[in-house]
Design a protein around this ligand. Sequence first.
Ligand code: BG6
Length: 542
Amino acid sequence: MKGKTRPRTKKVAAGAEPDGGRGDGQLIAPVSRPEELPENRLAAGLSEYRSAAPALMVIFGATGDLSHRKLLPALYNLHRNRLLPAGFTLVGAAIDKLDSNAFRKLAIDTIAEHSRTQPADKEAIKDFAKDLEYLPVDFAKADDFKALAKRLAELDKARHTGGNVVFYCATPPPTYGMIANQLKSQGLNRGAGYRRIIVEKPFGTDLRSARELGQTLRSVFPEESLYRIDHYLGKETVQNILAFRFANAIFEPVWNCQLVDHVQITVAEPLGVENRGAYYDRAGALRDIVQNHALQLLTLVAMEPPVAFESMAVRDEKVKVLRAVRPLSSEDVRTQTVRAQYEKGWVLGEEVAGYRDENNVARDSETETYAAIRLQVDNWRWAGVPFYLRAGKRLPKQVTEIRVQFKRPPHLTFGREASRELEPNAIVLRIQPEEGISLRFGAKVPTAGLVIRSVNMDFLYTTSFLDDAPDAYERLLVDCMLGDPTLFTRSDEVETAWSLIDPIEESWRAHEPPLQTYAAGSWGPLASDLLLANDGCEWHRP
Ligand code: BG6
């Protein structure tokens, strides 16, 4: 047992979530008053003291990229802020033949390199790493899962974790079903405490495969124990979309088709496909970003106010938005979508290869590295308001933002000449980088004459809040241990999103519209500008 307090446990039915799925720490008694908060939690602004019940975590694919760059650093930062539950122990599981010492060493190096808190605090990292465990596991071998079950039982006893286990599949999606079935065959999907499984996007590659995956996972774990991560939902700025809209009275009255002209959602990256060519060449920008991250942003910006910030209410409203999005016919796909691939060019001062010359990409690949689509949300609030979504690799800079552009005033009081430099009002929600929100409006230029020009009123996280925001994975890992699925995607969300993407993929496979090209380092193909120009709009250049 790691901590000082020995948790009190109570008996629950096998397989059931011991606290009704809330995971709110009812098994243990660390109900702390605010004045008892550890110093560093207060310093980190974590005044909301939520403690999860003691638990073990298994990361499948623990030696892989996601685990190294994101999960281990996130768990370390949670440990630093004392946000991990008592008795928490991580078991790394992967095919590599390592022992726990070698894994600890790997973890120390990767955390020092990738932690958001720099310079690395070597002592704190070592302290975190000392309890890490590792077990070589071949996902195809039942015996390896038997050994895992044995080790988990021992750890559970030693750490008093009440049978609670989170299984994290940081592995390629085709392995999810196999892992889940192996867990079932060893009875690891049930126990004295909760058993939850986290899977990463992509959840399938189309509606059919998403349904199949859902069925496989649900044959092992109940839906409430399935945590599908779309890491965008863990980003502070993404959560702030709801705070901005629903914690303030002044924005909602203008957030509708009466005043909004159109909405632009941009996910731009200067990166190419890095070492992920094999995956990306089968996915493309539409599946990799639009189906999940971009549509999630659309749901948050377009949804109706939920009655509470609570999983059922929030996710019900998000699904309603997706159901209101008009599916594109093949004719719509031809005229209202753009797909393109980057050619060689210059990005951030560096000469880079074209997509077809990237590692593990077919030399005649037709995969899009840029996608732009125009969607309509057919409901009372958004009738007639276009939502333009674009996502691309090898664009000039990293920007994720949502621009809500308003209509022009009905009458130019100051005349055409004075208003020549006046753009329409806009609210820009900057998800990353330079996280913040801008309101763009007209102001009189301080000259003798009368000239109106657009100016920005800016909110920047870095100037308003002194603490660094936690990484998305920190929030999501804790939420899973707490049993709070609000920021995870539900199966109906995933499936409705695929039902919007499938018709686009189908036409694209038939080369409609034709694949365009763009130079790496540009803002995408001309066709994308024309998509908006047809409506009298233009992409905002961030
Ligand atoms: C992932 C995509 O989901 O999101 C990557 O698979 C992409 O291709 C990444 O680079 C972007 O995430 P972030 O947090 O860097 O915007």
